[in-house]
Each structure stands twice: as C-alpha cells, then as structure tokens.
Design a protein around this ligand. Sequence first.
Ligand SMILES: Nc1nc2c(ncn2[C@@H]2O[C@H](COP(=O)(O)OP(=O)(O)OP(=O)(O)O)[C@@H](O)[C@H]2O)c(=O)[nH]1
Length: 358
Amino acid sequence: MNSVPIPENDADRIRKLQAYSILDTLPEQDYDDITRLASLICESPISLISLVDEHRQWFKSRVGPDAQETPREHAFCAHSIMTPDDVFIVNDASKDARFEQNPLVTGEPDIRFYAGVPLVAPSGEALGTLCVIDRQPRELTLAQADALRLLSRLVVSQLEMRHDIENIEQSLLDQGDHVARLEDYKRKMDESHANLRVQSVTDVLTGLLNRRGLRTRLAEEFDRAKREQSLFSLLVIDVDEFKSFNDTYGHQAGDKILEMLGALLKDVTRVYDSVGRFGGEEFVVLLPGSDTQGARVIAERTRRAVQRHAWPNRNVTVSIGIATYADNMESAADLFEAADSALYKAKENGRNRCESAA
Ligand SMILES: Nc1nc2c(ncn2[C@@H]2O[C@H](COP(=O)(O)OP(=O)(O)OP(=O)(O)O)[C@@H](O)[C@H]2O)c(=O)[nH]1
C-alpha cells in the first residue's frame, strides 16, 4: 500500500481545523442531516463528514460505519484533501493501486466506490471531506457530484457559524468580565470616597468630629431648632492651664491628655449628642433637645468627670461655657459666640467651672 500523501500546508491546515474546536465533539443534528442527504442523493450506504487530523480521520457525522475514526494512513479522505478544488473519485478501489491493499478495502467496510468533496475553509485549507462510499464499484452522476459539492459548502458554513457563535459567546463572557471589574472598581471608589468623607470631618488625634465636621453639624442642628422650634444647647469645653501642662510634661504628654479627654467626653454624653474637637485644647458638645437647665446638668457632670478622672502626671480640669438656642439668634455663629463668652466668664471666675450665657 502506498503511503498517505501529506499536503504542503498540513501544519497550518491542522491548526485551522483545531481552531474550529469541532474534533471529538458530540453528534449534531445539522451535520447528520447533511450526511443523510448526501447518502440519499448519491444512493450510497455510507456517507461521512470526515475531518483529517494529524494522525487520524475523525467523523463528525456518519451514515453507515460504526467506527468514529480511522488512522490517517487508511483514509481515502487524506487523498481527497490533496486536491481541494476537485471531487476525488475512486470507482473501484480493489483495482486501484493506491487502495487495493487498504484494510478498509480488503476488510470492513469493503470500500469499492469512494467520492469525496474537500471541506475547504474560507482561508483555503482543506479540513476534511464530505464523502459517499459504496461497497460496489460504481460511478457518480454529474448531478450527484454537484449536490455533493453544494452539501460540502453547507458543512463549511455550519463550521463557520458554530465558530462565530463561540467567538460571540466568548466576547460576551469577556464583556461580562469587564463589567464585573468595572463594578468592583466603582465599589472600591465609592468606599474610598466614603472613607475620605469620614476622614475630612474627623479629628486625627481624638477620632471625634473636627472643626469642619462640627461646623456642619452645628449648622444642621441650629437650622432644625429654628425650623421646629426645638430645644438645642451647646457646650464649649476648654482645658485649664494647658499651656503649663505642655510646658511641664511636653507636647506629647499634652496630646495624650487631649486624646483621653476626647474619649471621656464621648462617655459622658448621650448617643444623639455630637462631640468634636474645635481646635487646640477646645472641645464642643452639641446637645439637641436640651434646654439651659438640661445642658447645665450635662456640663456639670462632664466637669466633675474630668476632675475625678485619673490623669497621668497631674490633675486636669476644664472650664465649660453653655449656651442655648433662642429665637432671636440669627445663625449658628450667634449661638457659638454666646457659649464662647460663657466660657470666657468661667475662666475669669476661676476655671474648673461651668457658666451659662446671659
Ligand atoms: N499638646 C498639645 N497642645 C496643644 C494643642 N493645641 C493647642 N495646644 C496648646 O494648648 C495651650 C493653650 O494655651 P492657652 O490658650 O494659653 O490656655 P491655657 O494654658 O489652657 O490656659 P486657660 O485656657 O486660660 O486655662 C497652648 O500651649 C497650645 O500650644 C495640641 O494639639 N496638642
């Protein structure tokens, strides 16, 4: 038996075939319809869509034989793909020197007649054939050859369509991946914006509201008190003789005091009060719902708590100015100034005391 011919472009041809991802896939109705039609039109008991792989021919669809594949060296189709533009016809294989010793001729399925039309990819490679086979020597009519050509083009269209669909599916998956990554990115951006928003109103040393955060909250509460005619008070709290503390124990020890005082103020106030560090050693507590009397109680409690607290180095006390919202106040600044004046009075009157605005 002659050895099997190999096309010059065989490596490219096999790469192309593999790119279709068709080898070793399950049977599909569309391809089976084509082999059935080929068999009917050509009146042949066997019809195959044979794809010529590196070492085998593999049948995507078959009418007749049980085998799913045969070695390439036995494949009539391996001869057929050598002439991509022609129908390859063997009228009687038992009398053809190329095939008379072929096991597919000397044994099952006893091939005598073979007609194969190469399946030519749009880029020119012959991937395999659509072929019809008979156990009797015979001929193919011109009409049957034409039909076989037409059906072979249908097979290639199927291959192309399937390939396009796979590409589209893949790009949809890739697109989905991009969308997921974008959403993740957006979520991270939102998180970092939210973090930035929190940081922009937070005092680094104490973790309380900073001056900016306090200003915003004060304006909101002031507007609410004015709108709803509700009670609202404000405490301005200042550490006594803090300069001498710093001078004696150092700035870092002073920072520690401010940090501890921040935590203490948080402890002694209610959840709906807002506590912040207005700057330096001055703290502010906003008391929505509190009149002067209520604010005074909280201020006294705070002052006592500071006085009794176990501080490092030496005792710490605070002076507290109290102001309560009144109808005649035009803005939050009026309320703040009133509390600040009261604080000044507390300092004037000897420190470690609470004073209310007049
Ligand atoms: N450690 C520390 N000290 C600060 C900080 N901010 C302001 N200070 C200090 O706080 C001190 C405030 O001093 P003064 O305004 O003279 O007031 P005081 O010494 O507390 O005296 P009175 O308020 O009148 O009781 C200054 O020495 C500031 O340097 C801070 O963030 N950390």
